[in-house]
Design a protein around this ligand. Structure first.
Ligand SMILES: [Fe+2]
Ligand SMILES: [Fe+2]
Length: 310
């Protein structure tokens, strides 16, 4: 089944640090508009260099427009619909490594400004964590796979608009916390006017656990579904990292913590560790893919079945 969703006018990857002077992309990549010539923003492959003031303000406008679209379209019902549709896992059958390569191909084909393939972001974060936490092999693999859900941008996976794949995520079914970036745009979200969703707890109970909270749809939740439904043996903290690594209102601003339970608190410690490597391990020093591939293949074998349903 093909899901038809209007494509917004945006060509931006995962925006991790929206209001910083230098914007940081979470290994995000640019997908050209299908019908118009692609108008690339003035940034380098690391998303932190602007040629001039105009380029910077243009870029900030793009980011703001991204969040306007996201805040209007991500509703409780939309997420439930997407979870049901993608929970079928009927889009592809492939191994974890094949998915890494699939993501890589997208970068090579569509983004002349990104001199670092997507697999480098995955491997650089994984290798950086491996160096500091040599015994936590599950964390190395978690880093490798955390962004694989970005295949949602590809035609085979429904070619979802950027606002349904990347960017900061946030809970639905309760009031939108003011720490959400560009919070003002939530007023145009249909959920904003729903009284059941407009209190601090909304439809949830305090301490109910994030597992019971509906979070905006994107690459995080999709990869979580894929890993879980394919019976991964990765520990709970790994699934937590994959599922909530873009939940910046919570792990950066401390919002929504009243919905967490004790297990979430424990897992959050690992997520905070992981985030440092996700954001800051990008480097010009490329990882030799062939050299490290056997190690990651062995981890994939340890924690996943050979072929997964996506
Ligand atoms: Fe990432
Ligand atoms: Fe991500």
């Amino acid at each position: 089944m093909t899901i038809l969703i209007p494509q917004p006018e945006l060509s931006e990857g995962h925006i991790d640090d929206y209001d910083a002077k230098e914007l940081v992309l979470d290994g995000g990549f640019v997908v050209p508009n299908k019908t118009e010539a692609f108008d690339a923003p003035e940034i380098n492959s690391f998303g932190n260099s602007f040629r001039d003031y105009n380029a910077e303000s243009e870029r900030q406008k793009t980011v703001e427009e991204f969040y306007r679209q996201q805040h209007i379209n991500q509703t409780y019902d939309y997420v439930m619909k997407m979870r049901e549709e993608y929970g079928k896992l009927d889009k592809a059958v492939m191994s974890i490594w094949e998915c890494c390569e699939l993501l890589n191909d997208v970068v090579d084909d569509s983004d002349p400004d990104l001199d670092e393939p997507q697999i480098q972001h995955l491997l650089q974060s994984a290798e950086a964590i491996r160096k500091d936490y040599p015994n936590e092999d599950w964390l190395h693999l978690t880093a490798l796979i955390h962004d694989l859900g970005k295949v949602l941008l590809l035609p085979q996976f429904g070619q979802l608009p950027q606002w349904a794949v990347v960017g900061d995520t946030f809970p639905l079914g309760c009031a939108f916390d003011e720490s959400n970036v560009h919070h003002k745009y939530f007023t145009d979200n249909p959920d904003f006017k729903n009284p059941a969703y407009s209190t601090k707890n909304g439809i949830y109970e305090e301490g109910c656990g994030l597992d019971n909270v509906v979070i905006s749809w994107g690459h995080d939740d999709y990869m979580y579904l894929v890993a879980k439904e394919n019976g991964t043996t990765l520990p709970h903290a790994a699934l937590f990292i994959i599922r909530y690594h873009s939940l910046y209102p919570l792990h950066k601003a401390g919002a929504y913590k009243h919905l967490m339970n004790e297990e979430d608190e424990e897992d959050l410690k690992w997520l905070n560790i992981f985030n440092k490597y996700d954001l800051y391990s990008k480097s010009k020093v490329l990882v030799d893919v062939d050299e490290v591939k056997p190690y990651y293949q062995s981890l994939i074998k340890k924690y996943f079945t050979e072929k997964l349903r996506w």
